[in-house]
Ligand binder design. Structure first.
Ligand code: ADP
Length: 236
């Protein structure tokens, strides 16, 4: 199984590229969607995640019924980057588990090439599990302009959000494939077509053994080997 890692910086065009993969029939595991569901599940009153978050942020984030008051928690983490990082750290294991579960379901279905769309691929050390790693890159000015026009924010706010992330140039240096998204959407489509040839190359042996078919072949080979040995020993 080939697990393609797709990442980028805020407003670099990662979701746009993710949609191109979906439009071309690739199964995409979207970490943001999983994080949203995980957030709902994990913060249920009395659960392990709830206890961790209450221990870290205090009773003040609780509503009268003991549930986490999302608005209060949101206000804290969106105004304080260190608190946001703390919350991310607390919830990261649950999100990773959710992602792993989605990958497993696609493996069961027999998908050979899947895309992991993870904004924090490097920060969460998930790049270890993906190959190739695709980084969607834009220059700082384009990133700022696109973020401001997409989210209708001020330049200052947009710049603060960009600065709170790992530098996009650093992500680019860690990529196997860089998609330069400074041009038009047509240019992006062209770049995407070029990388499609690369990512749809035949599976390597390692990827084959990690696929469902490869595992079935391996299990059958091992069993027939054991049976063969038993027969041989019985004859001796
Ligand atoms: P990300 O998922 O990385 O945050 P998006 O895919 O949402 O970024 O792209 C950010 C914004 O830039 C969106 O409004 C998107 O429509 C726009 N955009 C993306 N690529 C291009 C492009 N090549 N030309 C013009 N606008 C683009």
């Amino acid at each position: 199984m080939r697990v393609i890692g797709l990442t980028g910086g805020i407003a670099s065009g990662k979701s746009t590229v993710s949609n191109l993969f979906k439009a071309n029939g690739f199964p995409v595991v979207d970490a943001d969607v999983i994080a949203r569901f995980t957030f709902q599940d994990v913060l249920k009153r009395g659960s392990g995640g709830w206890r961790k978050v209450v221990a870290a942020f205090g009773d003040d984030i609780l509503a009268d019924n003991g549930e986490v008051d999302r608005a209060k928690l949101g206000q804290i983490v969106f105004t304080d980057p260190s608190k946001r990082q703390l919350l991310n750290r607390l919830l990261a294991p649950y999100i990773s588990y959710g992602i792993l579960w989605e990958v497993f379901k696609l493996w069961i279905k027999g998908c050979n090439i899947i895309v992991l769309d993870v904004p924090l691929l490097f920060e969460a050390n998930m790049d270890r599990w993906t190959n190739p790693i695709i980084v969607v890159w834009v220059d700082p000015e384009t990133q700022l302009q696109r973020l401001m026009s997409r989210d209708r924010t001020s330049a200052q706010d947009a710049q603060n959000r960009i600065n709170a992330q790992m530098p996009l140039d650093l992500k680019r240096s860690k990529a196997d494939i860089v998609i330069d998204n400074n041009g038009s959407l047509e240019d992006l489509n062209e770049n995407f077509k070029k990388i499609l040839n690369h990512v749809t190359k035949p599976l390597t042996w390692t990827e084959f053994w990690l696929s469902r078919l490869g595992t079935i072949v391996a299990v059958i080979s091992i069993f027939s080997g054991i049976l063969g040995c038993k027969k041989l020993l019985a004859r001796l």
